[in-house]
Design a protein around this ligand. Structure first.
Ligand SMILES: *Cc1c(COP(=O)(O)O)cnc(C)c1O
Length: 397
């Protein structure tokens, strides 16, 4: 195989060429190595490879050439030394957290987490003797106050799902470093293009590649990125032996997704900013939260920490659940679905779907009101999306 070597490429270039390894056929597009295993020329060669004395692949649960290309391309984009690609975003989160922790350890996490992430912290970890504390992630003193002698890990996402709250990653990283804790950041909502958690001081970054990285609603995937020492010491064995591995087919699809990621995220962010501005002036809308607007509660942190707004908008329809349902049901172009980062614009009512398992009080604490909806802006013409929103709001009124 021949490899494309890094030549200080800018992100858009790295996303087209980074990590490509060509077979002897010299194919243009990345090859899809749909194979479970690999054959050895001799028993001695198999022995050497298992001992780690000769390079090469052993078994696709450990590593696979197509998956390897995806991991290398993600490393270039993120500025990380090493990566492991996983079958879903949740497999990435679970692997990053569980490989780092033991019974008796303590975790501090922001309370505004993707539903399944919150379940891992709140429900799964205590079952294995890991103590957890949830804090208001925007309150920096709350992170400090939560630290105990056995605190080993901090976990947060920013912007958060679904209310697009923003946490000061550099400030939390400083407290993590002072406490000897590892900071893991779920960077899905920002995308790897608009926020660089490792540069802000985080130790590990996780993604659901299901979202913007695929970006076309086709397959599940995830990735964990960090320095080589952490991957070697903590994740490597956990990953090999528990098997959250990404399918080569999905890795190939995600490689194709990465090629167009900057174009899609740029266009979707531009449309989202326009739509957020339009909704903010609409009489049927009670509240609009959009990172990139001056009235965002953490606008000052966003200006420091992110290089773009968001492809998502959170807003409240006046009139609560009934009005939000009636509005969603009258949308024609924008479809009701809980995926995000897709080429298709998708809307969801968090209180009755993604966040239905939280108690009402916990939802309100997170700013998820009965009238709150989350809109993931796709690649359609923004004028058509605004027409659809206006018509549905007028009919629902
Ligand atoms: C979707 C998502 C996940 C989980 O990813 P899957 O690919 O669905 O397993 C985790 N965190 C955030 C912020 C997400 O949006």
């Amino acid at each position: 195989m021949t490899s494309e070597t890094k030549r200080n490429w800018k992100p858009a270039t790295a996303l087209v060429h980074g990590g490509t390894q060509r077979s002897a056929f010299g194919e243009t597009s990345e090859a899809l190595y749909l194979t479970q295993g690999f054959v050895y020329d001799s028993a001695e060669a198999a022995e050497a490879r298992f001992k780690g004395e000769a390079p090469g692949f052993i078994y696709s649960r450990y590593a696979n050439p197509t998956v390897d290309m995806f991991e290398r391309r993600m490393c270039e984009l993120e500025g990380a030394e090493e990566a492991r690609a996983t079958a879903s975003g949740m497999a990435a989160v679970a692997a990053a957290l569980l490989c780092s922790l033991c019974a008796g350890d303590h975790v501090v996490a922001a309370r505004a987490l993707f539903g399944s992430c919150r379940w891992i912290v709140e429900t799964l970890m205590p079952k294995y003797g890991i103590e957890t504390t949830l804090v208001d992630g925007t309150d920096i003193d709350a992170w400090k106050r939560a630290v105990r002698a056995n605190t080993k890990l901090f976990f947060l996402e920013s912007p958060t799902n679904p209310t697009l709250e923003v946490i000061d990653i550099a400030a939390v990283a400083e407290i993590a470093n002072e406490s000897g804790a590892l900071l893991v950041v779920d960077n899905v909502f920002a995308t790897p293009l608009q926020q660089k958690p490792l540069a802000l001081g985080a130790h590990v970054v996780v993604y659901s590649a299901t979202k913007h990285i695929d970006g076309q609603g086709r397959c599940l995937g995830g990735v964990v990125l960090s320095d080589k020492a952490w991957i070697d010491e903590k994740l490597h064995d956990y990953f090999r032996h528990t098997g959250p591995s990404l399918s080569p087919f999905n890795a190939w699809t995600l490689l194709k997704g990465l090629e167009t990621l900057p174009l899609r995220v740029r266009q979707q962010t531009e449309s989202a900013a326009r739509i957020a501005g339009h909704l903010a002036c609409h009489p049927a809308i009670e509240r609009v939260v959009y990172p990139g607007r001056n009235d965002h509660p953490q606008a000052e942190i966003i200006a420091r920490q992110m290089t773009g707004g968001s492809t998502l908008i959170c807003f409240d329809v006046k009139g609560g659940k009934g009005a939000a349902f009636s509005f969603q049901n009258r949308l024609d172009l924008i479809r009701i679905s809980n995926n995000l980062g897709d080429a298709k614009s998708l809307i969801t009512h968090p209180a009755t779907t993604t966040h239905k398992n939280l108690a009402e009080a916990a939802r309100l604490e997170l700013g998820i009101n009965p009238g709150t909806v989350r809109l993931s802006v796709g690649l359609e013409d923004a004028d058509d999306l605004i027409d659809d929103l206006d018509r549905a709001l007028a009919q629902a009124a």
